[in-house]
Design a protein. Structure first.
Length: 265
């Protein structure tokens, strides 16, 4: 069975077979395994109420470590799709995520990767621009500096209701990183890092409320004037060189922001 886990019952023993392979240079491996298992659950390969194969069996079938499988199962448990009981196993609880929340505001670099891996940024426009006036101020750069400007809508992986409107400005010197990308299934800064071989050293994030303008509201299925959140991020390389400037506008009913505060010792 192509891209699937086949479970055969022979004398009471599960024989799991799979030709699934992880993608190269994409989301963390445990997330790829989680998405693969989600797809199988959605297709009915693993019915609600049934038990998944053991971690060892899944690891062997998928060619990954048991720890990777455990992390993937943990992710799906947090989404409400699986539950686990010691001595019983891992049970399928729901075809769709049931936790009722989606994190859009990342509090760490790894969470940015996670958000990007669970969505698709469909690039509808691109143009090389010269930073002038207000744009140069927003970018914090000298006037005349060249950037590749791309815009588009970010969707969930199943292309359901739009998550957000996204605009990105990429330093012209690294713009080739996404020259062939029309649908970004990873964070844009990941493409830049892969292209340059240099890690992003700092990500500066600003959050503020805005009212949707008519044009953007239409693109994400809202009404002009609706409340939204604007998240702006600046990505710096070594020497605090601005490599990427991006902002996304999220309708008010499509984001949540959670902060944990702990007392000092």
């Amino acid at each position: 069975m192509s891209d699937a886990i086949a479970v055969e019952m022979t004398s009471g023993k599960q024989d799991i077979k799979s030709d699934w392979k992880p993608e190269i240079a994409t989301a963390p491996l445990y997330m790829q395994v989680a998405h693969h298992l989600e797809a199988r659950i959605s297709k009915g390969d693993f019915a609600v109420g049934s038990l998944l194969p053991t971690e060892n069996e899944l690891a062997e079938a998928l060619g990954v470590s048991r720890q990777t499988v455990r992390q993937a199962i943990g992710l799906l448990r947090n989404k409400g799709r699986l539950s686990a009981r010691k001595g019983v196993g891992t049970r399928v609880e729901a075809i769709e995520a049931t936790n009722g929340s989606t994190r859009f505001i990342a509090q760490s670099r790894s969470e940015l990767f996670e958000i990007a891996a669970e969505t698709e940024f469909v690039i509808g426009y691109r143009e090389m621009v010269s930073a002038q006036g207000r744009l140069a101020v927003d970018l914090g750069c000298r006037p005349g500096r060249k950037f590749l400007h791309i815009t588009g809508v970010r969707y969930p992986a199943n292309r359901g209701r739009a998550f957000s409107w996204n605009e990105v400005y990429i330093d012209s010197r690294v713009a080739a990183a996404i020259k062939d990308v029309t649908v970004a299934r990873r964070a844009i800064f990941h493409y830049i890092e892969e292209f340059t071989g240099e890690k992003i050293h700092e990500i500066q994030q600003d959050v503020r409320p805005v009212a949707m303008d008519e044009d953007i509201a239409e693109k994400v299925g809202c009404k002009g004037g609706d409340l939204a959140l604007m998240v702006t991020r600046r990505y710096y390389g070594s020497g605090r060189r601005l490599l990427e400037y991006a902002f996304q506008i999220l309708p008010a009913d499509r984001f949540s922001y959670t902060t944990t505060l702990r007392a000092e010792n």
